[in-house]
Design a protein around this ligand. Structure first.
Ligand code: NDP
Length: 316
């Protein structure tokens, strides 16, 4: 059983380049998926979040795998209603997971929802829009993350869904610690080449969410990916994931299906070696043939009054 290779974050911590996604994994399914991924398929990286509502079961799956905690990289994310209470929210995630530290803790969305609003996760205003704390200084949340890092409760800190503008204006000018990663929507139809170059120039590792096209894995039908897969005798999923691995992007395919969990990691590692420079160039160019799309579009932009929402790129 091959383990996922690792890459180094900007603080020297090693992150396995393939992680198991857990969004929309039902609690009873995720226990089995996580145990199987670690014990039988060689995953050593699990991506979870408080907002997914399944941290307890992810923790149970980790314990059932029997693999020592120190060999597994666990990420969780700070939900938007908790941007003013990082340590409290982190302690809740740690208690849910049954762990005493995280390997990586991310700001899930760079937007603060009213913690005293009408719902614990998605507070809304009487007009139906999300109840956003518009003047919240994101740098305060970042300083709180730096504090839990200094306490040793997490080994690395980062952001998710953060644009170049957010990083340039709201985080980097105030940061003592540069974010280790930015977890963003990245796939064949939303490759964000320019933004990836920007992140790499800052020493921030890009992490790809929805690498297969999210629910239903629609990208597996793409004709360019299918043709390259046939040429190399691998699955289309292997091409989509292996393309990211070959480019030094951490990829987070989600599955609760054991055969797919195993096929995704094995296929990705094999494809990353087989893909030629020409294949990679072709895959890089697919989105620009009129296929560019963002699949995950929570209505934050509408709530914030952006007139260009929905959008193709990171914009918050
Ligand atoms: P993915 O692109 O990983 O696709 C998941 C879907 O693909 C599921 O329906 C899964 O089905 C199916 N699938 C997986 N492997 C295969 C395969 N080999 N053949 C056919 N179908 C397959 O989508 P996600 O949106 O879940 O993204 C991955 C992870 O990224 C999330 O789970 C989460 O951890 C993270 N994420 C983070 C976000 C953020 O805001 N930071 C936002 C979105 C995701 P099944 O499970 O039934 O096998």
């Amino acid at each position: 059983m091959a383990l996922s290779p690792t890459i180094k974050l900007n603080n020297g911590v090693e992150i396995p380049i393939i992680g198991l996604g857990t969004w929309q994994s039902k609690p009873e399914e995720v226990i089995i998926a996580v145990e199987y991924a670690i014990k039988e398929a060689g995953y050593r990286h699990i991506d979870c979040a408080w907002a997914y509502g399944n941290e307890k079961e992810v923790g149970e799956g980790i314990r059932r795998s029997g693999v020592p905690r120190s060999e597994i990289f666990v990420t969780s994310k700070l939900w938007a209603t908790r941007l003013n209470d990082v340590e409290g929210a982190l302690d809740e995630s740690l208690a849910n997971l049954g762990l005493d530290y995280l390997d990586l803790y991310l700001i899930h969305w760079p937007i603060h929802l009213n913690p005293k609003g009408n719902h614990p996760n998605f507070p809304t205003l009487p007009n139906g829009h999300r109840d956003v704390v518009r003047d919240w200084p994101l740098r305060d949340t970042w300083a709180q993350l730096e504090a839990v890092l200094a306490k040793g409760k997490v080994r690395a800190i980062g952001v998710s869904n953060a644009s170049e503008r957010i990083l340039e204006e709201e985080i980097l000018p105030y940061a003592k610690v540069v974010p280790a990663v930015d977890q963003i929507e990245l796939h064949l139809y939303n490759p964000q080449h320019k933004f990836i170059r920007y992140l790499k120039s800052k020493g921030i590792v890009p992490q790809a969410y929805s690498p297969l096209g999210s629910t239903g894995a629609s990208l597996l039908q793409d004709e360019v990916a299918v043709a390259i897969a046939e040429k190399h005798g691998v699955a289309p999923a292997a091409v989509l994931l292996g393309w990211q691995v070959a480019k030094g992007i951490v990829t987070l395919p989600k599955s609760v299906t054991p055969e797919r969990i195993k096929a995704n990691i094995e296929g990705a590692l094999a494809a990353a070696k087989k893909l030629t420079a020409e294949d990679i160039e072709k895959l890089d160019g697919v989105a620009a043939t009129g296929k560019e799309v963002r699949l995950i579009q929570p209505p934050w932009g509408v709530d914030l009054g952006f007139d260009n929402w929905p959008v193709k790129y990171q914009t918050l």
